[in-house]
Design a binder for this molecule. Structure first.
Ligand SMILES: Nc1ncnc2c1ncn2[C@@H]1O[C@H](COP(=O)(O)OP(=O)(O)OP(=O)(O)O)[C@@H](O)[C@H]1O
Length: 341
C-alpha cells in the first residue's frame, strides 16, 4: 500500500502579477497620464512539502510572497505554472472538498460577513460544514473560553475593533475542527494577553500531532514559541527551508559577544574571536566560525578579570536580518516591463 500524500505539496509554483504605474508622476491634473506595465514576480519556482502534524513558520519581509503562496495553497489563486496539492488534491479544482479539511485566516482581511454579527457568521458556517448542533455548540464554547468572544459576537463585524475581528476570524477558521490550518498573521492587532492565549491554543493543537499548521507572522517571539521548521521566502523564492536551529548556519550569521571587563583590557588578541569594537571596559567581539560559546568564555576568563559576558544575536529576528542583508538588491523581483501603455 502506498504512503498517504503529504498534507501540503507545492512544486515549482510561479505567480507573476501585472499592474500599471504612471511614467509621469501622479497628479489629478493629469488624468490621462502615460502608464507602463509592471510585472511583479510574487513567487518564482517555489517548492515545499509539509507532512501531517508539522507546524511551520512561513517567514519573509513585507512583499516577499507569503500571502500569495497561502492563496495558491488554499485555492484562492491559480499559479501560472507549477502545482499545489493538499492531501493529494488540487486546492483550486477541489476547493469544495478541501474546505472541509482546512481553516484559513488572513489577519489583514476578514472572512466573515461584514454586515452580520460574528455569531450569525458562525451559524452560517455551521450549516455550510454540516456540523451537528451539539458539536457546533461544544466547539464554540471551547473557542469562547480561549478567545473571549461572547461580549461582542452579537455586534456586526464592521463595528468590531481589529483585535475583536481577528479573534472572530480565528474562531471561524477553527469551528469545523479542520486538520490543516493556514494562519496568515493570526495575532495581528491582538493585545498581549489574548496573543498569549492564541499562542497556547495553537501550541495545544500542534501537540495533538493531528494538525498541520502553516503560520505567517512578523512576530518572532511567536515563531520561537511555536515553529520548529521555518520556510523563509525572499523576493518570491525560498531561501531557507529547515529546522529553526539551522537558520543561523545557513545565513552565515555570526553572533556578537559583549564583554564587560573589570578594567580596560588594552589590545586584545584572542584565538576564539575577533574584536569588533572597544570602549573602555566594554568590548564587542565576534566569535570565529566554529568557535563555541563555552570556548570563547573559557578563553576570556582564563586570562582576564571579566565582570560579564553576554552573547547576543541568537534570536530568529537577528538571524533573519543577516539573511536579508545578504541579498544584493531588496526589490530584485519587481521589474518594469514593456513601454508606455
Ligand atoms: N493582486 C496583486 N496585484 C499586483 N501585485 C500584487 C498583488 N498581490 C500581491 N502583489 C505583489 O506581490 C508581492 C508579494 O505580495 P504578498 O502579499 O504575497 O507579500 P507578503 O509576503 O504576504 O507581504 P506582507 O508581509 O507585507 O503581508 C508584492 O510585491 C505585492 O505588491
Amino acid at each position: 500500500m502506498s504512503a498517504p500524500p503529504p498534507a501540503i505539496r507545492v512544486d515549482r509554483v510561479t505567480k507573476t502579477f501585472r499592474s500599471w504605474e504612471s511614467t509621469e508622476g501622479r497628479s489629478w491634473k493629469r488624468p490621462f497620464q502615460r502608464r507602463r506595465a509592471r510585472r511583479t514576480a510574487a513567487l518564482s519556482e517555489v517548492g515545499m512539502t509539509v507532512e501531517t502534524g508539522e507546524f511551520i513558520g512561513l517567514l519573509g519581509q513585507n512583499g516577499a510572497g507569503k500571502s500569495t503562496l497561502i492563496k495558491v495553497m488554499t485555492g484562492l489563486l491559480l499559479p501560472e505554472s507549477g502545482t499545489a496539492r493538499l492531501y493529494g488534491l488540487d486546492p483550486y479544482a477541489d476547493r469544495e472538498r478541501n474546505a472541509h479539511t482546512m481553516g484559513v485566516t488572513f489577519g489583514q482581511r476578514t472572512q466573515l460577513w461584514w454586515d452580520l454579527p460574528a455569531h450569525d457568521s458562525f451559524t452560517i458556517l455551521r450549516d455550510i460544514y454540516g456540523l451537528p448542533e451539539a458539536e457546533f455548540r461544544a466547539t464554540l464554547t471551547e473557542l469562547n473560553d480561549v478567545l473571549a468572544l461572547s461580549s461582542f459576537w452579537d455586534t456586526p463585524v464592521r463595528f468590531l475593533s481589529l483585535g475583536q475581528r481577528v479573534r472572530c476570524d480565528l474562531a471561524a477558521a477553527l469551528l469545523h475542527r479542520p486538520p490543516l490550518l493556514f494562519l496568515d498573521e493570526p495575532t495581528i492587532g491582538l493585545d498581549v494577553l489574548v496573543k498569549d492565549q492564541v499562542r497556547t491554543l495553537l501550541g495545544d493543537l500542534a501537540r495533538t500531532g493531528d494538525h498541520t499548521i502553516v503560520l505567517t507572522t512578523h512576530d518572532m517571539a511567536e515563531v520561537e514559541a511555536l515553529c520548529r521548521r521555518l520556510v523563509v521566502i525572499d523576493a518570491g523564492r525560498v531561501v531557507f527551508d529547515g529546522e529553526r536551529g539551522e537558520l543561523a548556519g545557513a545565513a552565515h550569521h555570526r553572533r556578537t559577544v559583549v564583554v564587560e571587563f573589570e578594567t580596560p583590557p588594552g589590545p586584545l588578541s584572542l584565538r576564539t574571536a575577533e574584536v569588533v569594537s572597544a570602549d573602555g571596559t566594554t568590548v564587542h567581539l565576534r566569535p570565529h566560525p566554529g568557535a563555541e560559546q563555552r570556548q570563547v568564555t573559557d578563553e576570556l576568563l582564563s586570562a582576564h578579570s571579566v565582570r560579564s559576558v553576554v552573547f547576543d544575536g541568537t534570536k530568529v529576528e537577528d538571524v533573519l536580518r543577516t539573511l536579508y542583508a545578504r541579498r544584493p538588491e531588496t526589490a530584485a523581483a519587481a521589474a518594469p516591463t514593456g513601454g508606455p501603455a
